[in-house]
Design a binder for this molecule. Sequence first.
Ligand SMILES: [Zn+2]
Length: 386
Amino acid sequence: MTTAELADGFRARLDATREKWLGVLEALCNIECGTEMIDGVIAAQNIVADELRSLGFTTETVSGGDFAPHLVARNGVGGAPVVLGGHLDTTYTDYASLPEFHIEGERAVGPGVSDMKGGVVVLLAALDCLAQSGLLEACPIVVMLNSDEERGAPTSRDMFQECAKTARAALFAECSGPNGEVITGRRAKLSYRIDVSGVARHAGEYVGPKSSALLAVSHTIIALEALNDRFEGASFNVGRAFGGIASNTVAADARALLDVRYPLPEQEQPIRDAVETIVAEEHVHGCTAELTLTSFRPPWRDDGTNHELLELVTAVASRLDQTITGVPRFGTADSNWFGAAGVPCLDGLGPAGFEEHTPKEYLILETLFERALLVAAVLAALGEGA
Ligand SMILES: [Zn+2]
């Protein structure tokens, strides 16, 4: 079969299954899938696992500890696998204020549609195209969909890192850039919790120096935010802080949550040291602070490891009349585990998505089917070279 005939076959299959995939996307978006909503994540996982099994994949789950289990599916072909990666959880903690899935002109709108139910549907539709063309067994494929991505993958990192030891390539389907760009590298992430202890007193009756945990954490936040100017390409953000019990009480406790992103592996230790020094400082007399690292993803440097893979994707895309460019992205994802381990990796193979993590989240619907076509053709090309 020529490349053009193959692409025509994929296109015909996508036309024939368009309504079906829209239905799957709608169902996945309308299930409440916040990371902590375990029943919802499992329900979404069951939909995806059924689709994969109907294509001939075997599925298993890996324990997610306090989160929903993670889904791993294999096509049963031996050898170094191509990993197709993504996640089924969303960042939301309350779905009541979010719109139900709906179509608005060229957009599909709904919770998690862009991050990343759309990408999951891209993977399913691409694998369905391969199966229809009898090409699913051309190369070993492992699909890995975790349930704790939005919390930094604390219980799924081991399964990704283990798989990275033998993977031939990894393709992740987080949403693309606005013009269909694929992602060729990502910064690292460190997340911290800072717990400050002070001394509670009656605010109205006590006069004199006081040990307010809220005052102490305020100084800590100002000092941490000042690090934004100190490390090139790094970002420091205290995204949440709270403490105390009432205005008439000196706050005995306070908590702040810090998120740090940086591009280079050699920045990790100096950044860790700087954060530890600031948190250890007694900003307010009598207050103490404890620092806990809550999540970490290593930097995935755009160092040339994936250039051959990017060239293949670009060449396949141009035969489909698509234009693909590669760009690094600031945010982290589970593709970091593969990129940091030296596996040729690309992310952003999902549709063009916008406004992730907000109620306005949407994707450009046509790009979902363009991406499914692209991923199917890329997997067919990787199968030829297997
Ligand atoms: Zn995501």
